[in-house]
Design a protein around this ligand. Structure first.
Ligand SMILES: Cc1ncc(COP(=O)(O)O)c(C=O)c1O
Length: 342
């Protein structure tokens, strides 16, 4: 059996149609603002997300970090969940690149709630306190297993931010999955946020790139930060064409990934060595609990059997379905894993 790679939805290869679109892309110098394919991608992304403007960036990390810097000043405090990618997996970037202090909050299912935010708020007219200028949310919540944040929750958090003079940024690396899972247009899920970073290189299957969308004013600042962080690209139309193809052709099909994730979860639910709850699968991520704390060793064993997975901690293995792991691959993976999981 060829290895089935379920480590992440970032492992996909461009499809032949995507490669063709990339090969034929019209290009210019994007730092000078004249790459027609990048311009088209940015305009289409802004339209799909219902925002005034968007900017193409090399990665989701840069999208988040350039946004944090756009909304804050050095010494500010930003409020976010302790499981947020922005603080867990971006190398302390908010402190290193924007000089802000993160305030890490708890919340069920990896999600913030207004009560917790209210308790974390302080009146910065007292000079002991940092100015709180930004709240960050994530949708879907990766670390919690691709959970979809209910739109009413985002609306309530946006209301809190507005009432306290703060901005709201969404790490929407997998906002497409959330939209498909809810059967709603992506614009419905980001209406109240001041900026949203979205990825083309995850479920959508493009080889490179993310975008940040928001008001023209916010995006102008994010564009400046992109250059500051070394993300100004030249004939970027070649990669933007892959992203544009993904945006046009690979959003609806995320429903297949979600179906395959549930299929995988159901197939794993009878295993003795791990615990999987198919009802907890909302999008393309399946978390398996490993009661004996051997997640890392188990991932090694699965790898030898031809199934690549990831582990989040000693008790959690993660599987992610994507464009290159369709139903037959999921079934092959289940068959290969069965003897190890009894
Ligand atoms: C929720 C979330 N945000 C941001 C990112 C960062 O994206 P990139 O790897 O393109 O920097 C990731 C990457 O996996 C992610 O899962």
């Amino acid at each position: 059996m060829r290895a089935v790679d379920l480590r992440s939805d970032t492992v996909t290869r461009p499809t032949p149609e995507m490669r063709r679109a990339m090969a034929e892309a019209e290009v210019g110098d994007d730092v000078w603002g004249d790459d027609p394919t990048v311009i088209e991608l940015e305009a289409e992304t802004a339209r799909v997300l219902g925002k005034e403007a968007a900017v193409y960036v090399p990665s989701g990390t840069m999208g988040n970090q350039a946004s944090v810097r756009a909304h804050t000043r050095r010494g500010d405090e930003i409020l976010l969940h302790r499981l947020a990618h922005v603080v867990m997996h971006e190398q302390g970037g908010v402190s290193a690149l924007s000089g802000v202090q993160p305030k890490l909050l708890d919340g069920e299912r990896g999600m913030l709630d207004v009560e917790t935010l209210e308790a974390a708020w302080h009146d910065a007219s007292d000079p002991h306190y940092a100015r709180q200028s930004l709240v960050c949310v994530e949708n879907t919540v990766g670390e919690a297993g691709g959970l979809v944040v209910p739109p009413e929750r985002i609306r309530a958090i946006a209301g809190f931010a507005r009432d306290h003079g703060m901005r709201l940024h969404m790490d929407g690396a997998r906002i497409w999955n959330a939209a498909v899972a809810l059967g709603r247009p992506p614009a419905d899920l980001v209406r109240e946020v001041d900026s949203v970073s979205v990825c083309f290189s995850k479920g959508l299957g493009a080889p490179v790139g993310s975008a940040v969308a928001g008001s023209a004013e916010v995006i102008a600042e994010v564009r400046r930060n992109r250059k500051l962080f070394g993300g100004g690209m030249r004939q970027a139309g070649i990669i933007a064409a892959g992203a544009l193809h993904a945006l046009r052709h690979h959003v609806e099909r995320l429903a297949d990934d979600h179906r395959n994730a549930r299929r995988l979860a159901v197939g794993l639910s009878g295993a003795g060595r791990i615990e999987v709850d198919p009802a907890a699968v909302e999008t393309n991520i399946v978390l398996a609990r490993v009661p004996d704390g051997s997640a890392e060793a188990l991932v090694g064993e699965l790898g030898e059997a031809g199934v690549l997975a990831g582990w989040l901690d000693a008790h959690t293995v993660r599987f992610v379905t994507h464009l290159d792991s369709q139903e037959a691959a999921v079934d092959a993976a289940l068959e290969a894993m069965a003897p190890l999981l009894r």
